[in-house]
Ligand binder design. Structure first.
Ligand code: AMP
Length: 236
């Protein structure tokens, strides 16, 4: 287990497997995985005026404002559990957010981030998103047969649900947005601690790539921690 703090950014289109890998790497490194999308979905569930506004923005596939997301990340990174760093999944998504994060990390005396860019072809992304379900109780992500109904979480038995923004129209909009914003953001990070990840490989192979860049080996118990792989193999 590394003793130095680490800040890791997962960048990539929706459906590239960032959430699955963030959960696994979080367990390996002992630092929290922070998904700004998940933070927003939680806020949206409150049904306050802000929650309803967030729900609309997310369902349309657009980004929420830089100010709002920067403020949420600022609050989150100041919490005790981020003292040794964190994995950021889905943040930053704009250059303004990247600049904000840079100064926040300096203030918090955290190191410069290691950036992983998950790359996957569009057909593969759409295929994966249409199969994506998650447990509303524990947040585990699964890949299922899209026609199967009433599938339960292997951990706590809750019925799996589909994200409301995983509709075909919203998926197209989010993929388009990612394509348009990614060049500028990658220019910002490419000259730094930046690595491209072949995200079409199996979850274990993707984990190996990430760990190799971090100078680590795959923990032996890892295979069992990928529920989506297990379900795919079970033909679900
Ligand atoms: P994700 O779970 O990362 O796919 O994010 C779901 C939705 O949350 C996105 O389509 C955006 O509407 C919003 N969102 C998540 N992260 C950000 C961010 N860093 N900046 C702006 N909007 C975000």
């Amino acid at each position: 287990m590394p003793t130095l703090s680490q800040v890791i950014i997962f960048f990539g289109p929706p459906g590239a497997g960032k959430g699955t890998q963030a959960a696994a790497l979080s367990a390996t490194l002992g630092i929290p995985a922070i998904s700004t999308g998940e933070m927003l979905r939680q806020a949206a569930r409150s049904r306050s005026e802000l929650g309803k506004m967030l729900e609309r923005v997310m369902a349309s596939g657009q980004l929420v404002s830089d100010d709002l997301i920067n403020q949420a990340v600022d609050e989150r990174l100041r919490r005790q559990d981020c003292q040794a760093g964190c994995i950021l999944d889905g943040y930053p998504r704009t250059v303004a957010q990247a600049r904000f994060l840079e100064s926040l990390l300096q203030q918090l005396k955290l190191p410069e981030p290691v950036v992983f860019n998950f790359e996957l072809e569009i057909e593969n992304l759409i295929h994966r998103i249409m199969r994506r379900r998650h447990c509303p109780k524990c947040g585990r992500i699964y890949s299922v047969n899209p026609n199967a109904q009433f599938i339960r979480c292997q951990k706590d038995g809750a019925l799996l649900v589909q994200r409301t923004d995983d509709s075909p129209a919203s998926i197209r909009q989010r993929l388009e947005l990612h394509k348009n914003t990614c060049a500028e953001l990658l220019d910002f990070y490419r000259a730094r601690n930046y690595h491209e990840i072949v995200a079409s490989r199996t979850p274990n192979r993707v984990s190996e790539q990430l760990l190799a860049h971090l100078g680590m080996r795959m923990p032996s118990a890892r295979v069992a921690s990928y529920p989506q792989a297990a379900m795919a193999h079970a033909g679900m």
